[in-house]
Design a protein around this ligand. Structure first.
Ligand SMILES: [Zn+2]
Length: 409
């Protein structure tokens, strides 16, 4: 792909990209409102069908609508991953209207991540051969992806790369590392007693929790990036009773699976300190880390493309927050995140997108995808004439649905 020509074409389609972002931003899609998410999926489906010449599959899980465009079957496969839900409730357009001024685009969910979806569609549209590309756009990322996680993991499996369309870091950096998360509840059962008459007969759950909090804090290893934050804690029933029960919540963040496992084992190994107290540890890992090793190769290649486009050097950011990229990295697929729009303030009043960065970012996505797709598959198999290489003319959703392998979801 000729790099200057590609970048020039992206700049030439900027007005159309802005119009598409406006269309998506004006369709509010708070994750918890399934009807709004379904409506947003239709708007996204129409827009994508128009730009890509192929309708998506609509995949509804527990009422939540996800969209999937699959182009051909490979031999090398790349996943572009995004979400069309936002954290903004219905009516946010009244307080945070869509607008473009001085090179800045604003509106609820513009950065996280409606602009990223438009970049992905634009990048796919520019590919000479899109066989092997899947664009998956889910509807519940902002809720932790309860209904889409299995879909994401199944779609990522076997892909050469997953490119995630979450916003870049504020300085435009790609997100090459995201911590994994675990959540726990520590329950203590002691014994109630009257605090005045016979406190010595009680087993104080508050004191047991106090012992445990400090023991748990000692398991953290900030140098290795492992934080353990005791968050909610409660015990007891009245002010004059030795507390019989108590509970503590923990937020655990880790940079490696080894640390996630170490903390998990250590928490399961906690023992009560007070005679007669019982301890129960509930919960565990819920998102694996996206480690630097998952993204290193893709990031290095993206840097080369950025230089080829004459863009400023690409930089990398390690962040504590998780995304769906954690799931794709967790199933062993090289993953690069923060490939969406550049701006600032996701989820915040000042959420915005920098327009000047849109065309270069779309060009970068297209160039990296094209490079990966041109590689032979891991088995060295080349596409044969009989294999579908491009489905851009297929417009019948039924036909596409029939191509879905049973159990693939
Ligand atoms: Zn997001």
């Amino acid at each position: 792909m000729q790099q200057n020509a590609l970048l020039a074409r992206m700049h030439a389609t900027l007005d159309s990209m802005l119009a598409d972002i406006e269309t998506l931003v004006r369709c509010e899609s708070p994750s918890a409102d399934l009807a709004a998410v379904a409506n947003s999926a239709e708007v996204m489906a129409r827009l994508g069908t128009e730009r890509l010449g192929q309708a998506p599959e609509r995949i509804v899980r527990d009422g939540c609508t996800h969209l999937r465009w699959r182009f051909g079957t490979g031999p090398t496969r790349v996943l572009l991953l995004g979400h069309h839900d936002t954290v903004w409730p219905l009516g946010s357009l009244d307080t945070h209207p869509f607008g473009v001024t001085d090179g800045i685009l604003r509106g609820p969910g513009c950065l996280d991540m409606k602009a990223g979806l438009v970049l992905a569609v634009r990048a796919i549209a520019e590919l000479d051969d899109r066989a092997g590309v899947t664009l998956l756009i889910t509807g519940d990322e902002e809720m932790g992806s309860p209904t889409s996680r299995a879909l994401i993991e199944a779609e990522a499996a076997g892909c050469r790369a997953a490119l995630v369309l979450e916003a870049a870091a504020d300085d435009g950096s790609l997100k090459t590392e995201r911590k994994g998360t675990s959540q726990y509840q520590i329950r203590v059962v002691g014994r109630a007693a009257h605090a005045g008459l016979e406190p010595e007969r009680g087993i104080n759950a508050t004191i047991e929790l106090a012992h445990q909090v400090l023991a748990i804090e000692a398991l953290a290893d900030p140098g290795a990036g492992t934080t353990i934050t005791p968050t909610l804690m409660a015990a007891g029933t009245t002010t004059n009773t030795v507390p019989a029960e108590g509970e503590l919540s923990l937020d655990v963040r880790v940079r490696t699976v080894e640390e996630q496992t170490r903390v998990h084992q250590a928490l399961l190994g906690l023992r009560p300190v007070l005679d007669g107290a019982r301890l129960e540890v509930l919960g565990g890992p819920n998102r694996p880390p996206l480690s630097a090793s998952s993204s290193a190769d893709l990031f290095a290649r993206a840097q080369v493309h950025a230089a080829g486009f004459g863009l400023p050097p690409l930089t990398a950011a390690a962040v504590g927050g998780a995304s769906d990229g954690n799931f794709t990295a967790g199933v062993g697929v090289p993953t690069l995140d923060g490939f969406g729009a550049v701006g600032a303030g996701p989820h915040a009043d000042h959420e915005h997108v920098r327009i000047e960065a849109l065309a270069p970012r779309a060009a970068l996505i297209a160039a990296l995808m094209a490079e990966i797709l041109a590689e032979p598959s891991r088995t060295g198999r080349r596409p044969s004439r009989s294999e579908p290489r491009d489905e851009r003319v297929v417009n019948d959703p039924r036909r596409i649905t029939e191509k879905t392998a049973p159990g693939h979801l």
